[in-house]
Design a binder for this molecule. Structure first.
Ligand code: GDP
Ligand code: MG
Length: 424
């Protein structure tokens, strides 16, 4: 069977977790291939309501194997807490249904500490980090200054590797930030407290994926965040520190040979953005507050109110291209039901000229949105399960977006629950 990636087209929080939870019924394996515990994927199904951060959203399906690939920021402390949390909600995680790549790098206690120190130093110029240590972690990974999960099976070598890294890291902690150095006994304790707990889940997941694929198993790749937060293609430097794009999925999963036939791009029916950075279509005042309340737009990880705006066709079209999406899941359409008129950002105005083209990050600061209005439908659509049963105004809105972004909208989500979906 064919493989699939589920990726975000916008700034994140499009409803990827919700779509993974739905579509895993067709797959044998789910792999998270990038990012860390700074994600917040909310899933609501017959087992309850869950806020996932690092765990793949396939953990609710019996028989599905969930993998944390080598591309993730593996934070043993937060992962262990998250495992306990979902287990307390009745979800069983064992080395059979959760596997962690031995090639995943460990997010170490000083990464979180440095994230905080740097955001504080930046003060009003901060990047809007979730302070989970993600940027310091990825910098260190690319400097080859962190630990691979598989090293936990080599305790003697691990000790001396940690000592070397700590000596180097304290130069920055003390010398650059003037903070208290981290001690090796703190680190050993942390290894005992958390790393030993996740060790049973660690294995060669690349080998597992290769064998599974040979035996005809299908794989679903789950991304965190969205196109516009991709390190290379997003709104740099207000991006995350990894690649959120489908093209990275085979690399970050441990299965570089993987062919991905289907890329489901998740698009929200309006725009939201957590944290700093240019957000051309942003709404303000009462209009924004009303939309934020209607969509309950507060971060799952941070509780921060999300910035909101109308759907941004320019950014969404770009996001679709970057992901090479083969179809779209349009989510949260039900949230717009209260609007008499629905605003849509159809173009940008840059230097007095209209453009369809998503500009260079710095040019976004001067871009202005060109807004057009669609007639609202003003009725509850959350119970609708067939496209033809939607009000004409809703169909028009969907078909307009589909035409403008140049990608078929296959799924329309009208509620947060697993089955609140229209499949075309
Ligand atoms: P992710 O990070 O892309 O997985 O998205 P989040 O889970 O952070 O944010 C999406 C939010 O919208 C979650 O609270 C979901 O439960 C909720 N949600 C997803 N799809 C729908 C939908 O179609 N309608 C409504 N009303 N809520 C939805
Ligand atoms: Mg989220």
């Amino acid at each position: 069977m064919s493989n699939c990636a589920i990726v975000g087209i916008n700034w994140g929080d499009e409803g990827k977790g919700r779509m993974v939870d739905l579509l895993t019924k067709n797959y044998d394996i789910v792999v998270r291939f990038q990012g860390g515990g700074n994600a917040g994927h909310t899933v609501i199904n017959e087992k309850g309501k869950f806020a996932l951060h690092l765990l793949p959203s396939g953990i609710f399906r019996d028989g599905v194997v969930n993998i944390l690939g080598n591309g993730v920021a593996l934070d043993p402390e937060n992962l262990w807490k998250e495992i306990n949390e979902v287990e307390s909600q009745g979800i069983k995680l064992t080395p059979e249904n959760l596997k962690i790549s031995d090639r995943a790098s460990l997010l170490l206690p000083w990464h979180r500490m440095l994230d905080e120190l740097e955001e504080n130093r930046l003060a009003d110029k901060k990047y809007g980090s979730t302070k989970q240590g993600i940027a310091p972690f990825y910098s260190d990974k690319y400097q080859k200054k962190t630990i691979l999960a598989g090293e936990l099976f080599y305790p003697e070598e691990l000790k001396s590797h940690l000592e070397d890294l700590l000596e180097w890291k304290n130069l920055t902690i003390k010398g650059v930030y003037g903070a208290d150095p981290v001690t090796i006994s703190d680190i050993y304790k942390w290894v005992d407290d958390y790393c030993s707990k996740i060790r049973p889940f660690i294995c060669d997941t690349g080998l597992f994926l290769k064998e599974a694929s040979k035996n005809g198993k299908s794989i679903l790749f789950e991304a965190q965040l969205g196109s516009l937060r991709d390190l290379d293609y997003g709104i740099y430097p207000y991006t995350t520190s990894s690649n959120t794009t489908a093209a990275y999925a085979p690399i970050g999963s441990g299965f570089p040979q993987a062919k991905i036939e289907d890329v489901v791009g998740v698009v929200k029916a309006y725009s939201t953005c957590v944290g700093e950075g240019p957000f051309v279509c942003e709404m303000f005042g009462d209009e924004a507050e009303e939309l934020r309340k209607a969509g309950f737009e507060y971060g799952a990880k941070t509780g921060r109110p999300r910035r909101v705006g109308p759907i941004d066709i320019v950014a969404t079209r770009y996001g679709v291209e970057v992901q090479a999406a083969t179809c779209i899941a349009l989510t949260k359409l039900d949230v717009l039901s209260y609007m008499k008129e629905i605003p849509v950002c159809t173009k940008y105005i840059v230097d007095g000229k209209e453009t369809d083209h998503f500009p260079f990050p710095m040019a976004l600061n001067a871009a202005k949105p060109h807004i057009e209005y669609f007639k609202g439908w003003n009725c509850d659509i959350s119970g609708i399960r067939r496209f033809e049963d939607l009000p004409e105004e809703a169909k028009e809105y969907i078909l307009f977006i589909e035409k403008e972004i140049g990608c078929p909208i296959k799924y329309v989500s009208v509620g947060a629950e697993r089955d609140s979906i229209i499949i075309r």
